[in-house]
Design a protein around this ligand. Structure first.
Ligand SMILES: [Zn+2]
Length: 399
């Protein structure tokens, strides 16, 4: 296949997963970065001016994946606070089917966080998102969390929720902080949840020791998201249902999950799927800079992380982010739960877009939306990725 450079592209003879149906032998017209038309190939009108792409039969054409929790990839991390680091991320992620994401920070001293969010805020303002993954905003993971559930969040920099500080940071980030992971049971927690909700930011319960009761209060205050379900939170107990019990029982909460087979046992993934169904879950990677690099020792928030055997761990064995690719999470969840491809699309594309309030332009294949498109081969591997109508990854060119 020659290099694709046209801005008017026709994909035909494809299986298209639209919002409401699966079209066999369908087509998609892409024009000026948007999806222009979707239909069945027998009703295809004029194809003049379009570069036609024949896709092998049996492949699946699905909406681009949206990762609301990713720190880094390919040697780069949001906390590097450089344009180059974010350039690396937006160029690397389409290989795994990710077409947009939240650049995620980690607990650090204020100065370091400020550099990272200022950098990301400026980057977001300048980006085109064409032929590269688009940064939809910032996920502020910490420092407003509970030291009892720090995980790989450096404990010495954890602080109680501080609304004044958050407001300064949101200004510094030019309003691009879209999601905050916090422990609602800490002093100031509920006040922050309320403020975030009122200001269009997702308050997410995470790195938290909250009881079921405390989570219920947080939901009343506006919390509607759970950061990496099961990991670094109060677990399920028959006398104290904890955060996990609340996540299972309360439909208001959408839950992120790291489906790499390491962070969460496959059967616990299946349990969450049975409880929350596909509409209640979001696949995330929580990946760090070592993803796509070889085994070795890397930095995460000023700590040494050893990457080996598909895991990233601190010296004491604590899991420290992942090296998971979202495309692999998609394959894993299909295998662990036996869900349908349409359901996995909900978890990887639809739900994150709805949570982030960008479903009007992303998260599904529909005319008028951004042409963020992933083509999966018959083994569900990422074959080609379009970001706003431009090819950002093409397996044929890699080989
Ligand atoms: Zn975390």
């Amino acid at each position: 296949m020659d290099k694709i450079k046209s801005t008017s592209i026709l994909l035909k003879g494809i299986r298209v997963y639209t919002e409401n149906e699966i079209i066999e032998n369908g087509y998609i017209k892409i024009k000026d970065n948007l999806i222009d038309e979707i239909g069945t190939t027998d009703r295809l009108g004029s194809i003049e001016d379009y570069e036609v792409l024949e896709i092998p039969s049996g492949y699946h054409v699905v909406p681009g994946f949206i990762d609301v929790h990713i720190h880094g990839v390919n040697g780069a991390d949001t906390m590097d606070a450089t344009k180059e680091a974010l350039d690396t991320m937006v160029m690397a992620l389409p290989k795994e089917g990710t077409t947009s994401f939240l650049a995620t920070t980690i607990t650090q001293e204020a100065e370091e966080i400020e550099k990272a969010i200022k950098n990301a805020g400026e980057y977001i303002e300048m980006q085109s998102g064409q032929g590269k993954a688009e940064i939809l905003g910032i996920h502020l993971e910490g420092p407003f969390v509970n030291a009892k559930k720090a995980g790989a969040q450096p404990i010495q920099h954890i602080i109680d929720p501080n609304l004044e500080l958050f407001k300064q940071w949101q200004a510094l980030a030019k309003g691009t902080i879209k999601l905050v992971t916090l422990a609602p049971e800490r002093p100031g927690g509920l006040e922050m949840v309320r403020y975030l909700k009122e200001n269009g930011v997702i308050p997410s319960i995470g790195h938290t020791d909250a009881t079921f009761e405390q989570v219920s209060e947080a939901i009343d205050a506006g919390a509607n998201h759970v950061t990496h379900l099961y990991n670094q939170m109060r677990g399920l107990h028959h006398r104290e249902p904890g955060v996990v019990g609340a996540a299972f029982l309360r439909d208001e909460l959408k839950a992120e999950m790291i489906v790499d087979g390491v962070h969460v046992h496959p059967e616990m993934v299946n349990l969450a799927y049975k409880q929350k169904k596909s509409k209640g879950l979001l696949l995330i990677t929580d990946s760090m800079r070592a993803k796509c690099l070889k085994n070795g020792t890397y930095d995460l928030g000023g700590q040494e992380v050893i990457v080996q055997d598909g895991k990233a761990v601190l010296g004491d064995g604590t899991l420290a982010g992942s090296i998971l690719k979202l495309g692999h999470a998609v394959k894993n969840v299909l295998q662990y739960t036996g869900c349908t491809i349409s359901e996995v699309i909900e978890m990887a594309s639809v739900n994150p877009a709805k949570q982030l309030n960008v479903y009007n332009r992303k998260g599904s294949l529909a005319a008028g939306k951004d042409a963020d498109i992933v083509i999966l081969d018959d083994q569900m591997n990422v074959y080609m990725t379009f970001c706003r109508g431009e090819v950002a990854f093409n397996k044929e060119e890699e080989a």
